[in-house]
Write a protein that binds this ligand. Structure first.
Ligand SMILES: [Zn+2]
Length: 454
């Protein structure tokens, strides 16, 4: 029988040696040790290096072990810091909101457009709030989409992200279709020219570009993004194959996405030669994806092996957002997500939460794990019976690879520079004193961040 999860002790701050003692530790490679002791040196710069990892007896033999501050975590398991590869922290102020998929995606987008903040101060505050909710759930790295309200790119989200301890990429988003295309691309050019130094400066948070989606950015806009990414050394991300509305628009140049372009004054008849060629969104974008390493978000709509092969050939990473997919009713439209087949085909699939708007109400509550990647992993294990180790890889090393971070920082071995450490309280089970990773994912309490490395 499991007793209630223990309260975690206060954590030491500042530089020095720490020794974390827990029931077990797991990483994407599987069980690291049970019980486990992790001796970590934290430098004044915030850099954290694992000096010794193993059973308490093994780690005690390390010369630094006796002088380390001990953090006792009985009843918990330790995991590497988690990676949220696709989120929109500038929407955090909107909070979780219910949605009826029958209403359609465009109605939802219009509500978010109307509610999103336009001013830099408000955007920065929303991102800071989001950073807090990421840290609350043990996330140490993010792929964050920095929206361009009213078509105006801004560095506000990147700056706010760089103020905090998270690593990752801030992808500046843009729309570029029809009559608004050239002006949008011109604004982007000016923005990048103006902020080139600042964008290139960060080591912990890099800058990236996000052409929003195939239905709002013409192929010429994507071509332009690829060229800009090369010139300024930027990472690339885009939404892809997310909704039925996108599929309808790319194939037939009709439906609610066309109506949206008409409403904002972007529609031009020449777009009938750009869209409406009967192509699936993946085929439509394939020539672009083959030219540069893209992180593509969602890919709920991947109807067959041929499209899967297109993605594999292009070498994309896929950020699958399981709870967001369910929220928008994607499985009902497209069937179960093909993330397992994607991984079998060699595609790097990682996890994202998407924005807080599409998450359940507890995502706004830090004490319940906030915007938790562990909750995404739980859905895969619980609903799909995914192997717990695969789920952990998707939420750690795969996400790191997708964001261009050092994957080694998400593995718990001696000598490794750690991106972070997370404790998941599982309680103590007298029948099975060694908790499994599956127990921690399925039945563990909200994760708590033990350490975040720089
Ligand atoms: Zn998104």
């Amino acid at each position: 029988m499991r007793e209630s999860a223990p309260n975690l002790p206060d954590l030491p701050e500042g530089p020095g040696l720490r020794r974390f003692e827990a029931d077990a530790a797991f990483d994407a490679g599987g069980l690291v040790s049970a019980p486990v002791s992790l001796l970590v040196e934290v430098a004044a710069t915030g850099r954290a290096v694992a000096l010794a990892v193993g059973t308490p007896g093994e780690v005690s033999r390390h010369p630094g072990a006796s002088s380390a501050r001990v953090v006792g975590l009985a009843g918990s398991v330790i995991l590497p810091g988690l990676v949220n590869a696709h989120t929109h922290l500038d929407l955090t102020h909107l909070g979780p909101r219910p949605h009826d998929p029958e209403e359609g995606f465009v109605a939802w987008v219009e509500r978010v457009r109307a509610g999103r903040r336009q001013e830099d101060d408000g955007i920065a505050e929303s991102v800071r709030q989001g950073v807090g909710l990421c840290l609350a759930g043990g996330t140490v790295a993010v792929g964050d989409i920095a929206g361009a309200p009213g078509g105006r790119p801004t560095v506000a989200a990147l700056r706010a992200l760089r103020e905090g301890p998270l690593a990752g990429v801030s992808f500046v988003e843009f729309f570029a279709a029809g009559a608004l295309r050239d002006r949008a691309l011109g604004r982007l050019d000016v923005f990048l020219e103006e902020h080139a130094g600042e964008l290139a400066a960060g080591s912990l948070v890099r800058a990236g570009l996000q052409p929003h989606a195939p239905n709002t950015v013409e192929p010429a806009g994507y071509e332009h993004a690829v060229a800009l990414a090369r010139r300024y050394g930027l990472a690339l991300c885009t939404h892809l194959a997310e909704t039925v509305e996108e599929r309808e628009f790319i194939a037939g140049a009709r439906g609610p996405q066309r109506a949206l372009l008409e409403r904002v004054g972007a529609w031009e008849d020449r777009l009938l030669g750009v869209f409406g060629r009967g192509l699936h969104p993946i085929d439509h974008l394939a020539p672009i994806l083959e030219r540069a390493p893209f992180l593509v978000a969602h890919v709920n709509d991947c109807p067959d092996g041929a499209r899967l092969s297109v993605l594999a050939r292009a070498g994309v990473s896929v950020a699958y957002c399981p709870r967001a997919s369910a929220y928008f009713g994607a499985p009902g439209h497209f069937g179960a997500h093909r993330y397992r087949e994607m991984m079998d085909a060699g595609i790097n699939v990682c996890l994202g939460t998407d924005s807080i708007v599409n998450l359940p109400s507890e995502a706004a509550d830090g004490s319940r794990g906030g915007m938790s990647v562990l909750d995404e992993m739980r859905l895969l294990v619980e609903r799909d019976g995914v192997d717990a180790r695969t789920a952990l890889a998707m939420g750690t090393t795969n996400g790191a690879r997708a964001l261009g971070l050092d994957e080694a920082g998400f593995l718990l071995g001696a000598g490794r520079r750690l991106a972070g450490l997370v404790a998941v309280p599982v309680g103590r089970d007298r029948q099975a004193p060694t908790p499994t990773l599956e127990t921690a994912i399925l039945g563990g309490g909200p994760p708590r961040l033990l350490l975040i490395g720089k």
